[in-house]
Design a protein around this ligand. Sequence first.
Ligand SMILES: *Cc1c(COP(=O)(O)O)cnc(C)c1O
Length: 232
Amino acid sequence: MLADNLQVVKEKIEVSLRNRKEAKQTGNYVTLVAVTKNHAPEVITEALSLGVECIGENRVQEAKHKKDVLPVGGKWHLIGHLQTNKVRQAVALFDLIESVDSERLLAVINEEAARIGKVQDVLLQLNIAKEEQKTGFSREEYLDILTKLDDYKNINVRGLMVIAQACTDVEETRPVFAAGYRCFCRLKEERVGIDCLSMGMSNDYTVAIEEGANMVRVGTALFGQRDYGLKF
Ligand SMILES: *Cc1c(COP(=O)(O)O)cnc(C)c1O
């Protein structure tokens, strides 16, 4: 079943790339992040065996448990809000922290990465949809933080992460993703090494790709409904 779902998602990614109205500065490829939160560790093994390269988890503790019981493999992305008291573990566990949403968090990640001699790849999460419950930098905070990024020697900013609002008509997400793409282009003009624009989940990844995403975070469309009864 996962193999079939993966095939469908990959085909839709290809179609969405072809549907772009213009060439994008994010390149002509998409990295699929398979979101395995609230699924058993075995699904990660299966996904990796089918050629998936990136695993997305939203909780540090759950990811730690899974990495402890699984053989080494895959690139691990943190996609959920990170509390500063979990940063030490997160820096040890994740190849890419997609959900950096405050200056305080940047500072703590920098400190913990320096402690273990790592340069931590991160994305800055932007709050473009402006939903109350969603975390992320506001436009003002983002412009402010851009001037300070060079102070964080043990952080490598690779790009941006955007979550669209939940909505009944997926077309409503298009302006949010288009705004995310414009922010990406501006960031790329200002800094070297900017190559990731992570936008789109199961419901809206096709629209996100059309608008310029080169990284999508897909869970349900690959693995089915999550089991919130699982404890890690
Ligand atoms: C859970 C989650 C996803 C995946 O959501 P699906 O709708 O299952 O594809 C993507 N991004 C983030 C930030 C998430 O928390």
